[in-house]
Design a protein around this ligand. Structure first.
Ligand SMILES: [Zn+2]
Length: 97
């Protein structure tokens, strides 16, 4: 039995050079099924990462958030509407009015 190095699947052969169809039909069978795109209102993107923790003014930086009292400098606390929390140790400090 002769061994063929490249065996093409039989389904691919007729697809190759059979395209006598009019251009209208040729464009119809698109391989990618398009779903109707949901329009999401883009919220103002909140700056994330380390950049969000500092504000650069000229050649000085100010920290935008307080640091954790337990963990020390380097551990910024997350800002919530009524409190700051540390993600490292769970320390919570409520905002004072
Ligand atoms: Zn902490």
């Amino acid at each position: 039995m002769p061994v063929k190095k490249k065996e093409e699947p039989p389904a691919a052969a007729p697809k190759k050079e059979v395209a006598p169809a009019p251009p209208v039909e040729a464009a119809a069978p698109a391989p990618v099924a398009k779903k109707p795109e949901k329009k999401r209102e883009k919220k103002h993107r909140q700056e994330k990462g380390v950049r969000a923790m500092y504000k650069v003014e000229g050649d000085k930086i100010t920290r935008a958030r307080p640091t954790c009292e337990r963990c020390g400098p380097g551990y910024f606390m997350a800002e919530h509407h009524d409190r700051y929390t540390c993600g490292h140790c769970g320390f919570t400090r409520y905002k004072q009015k």
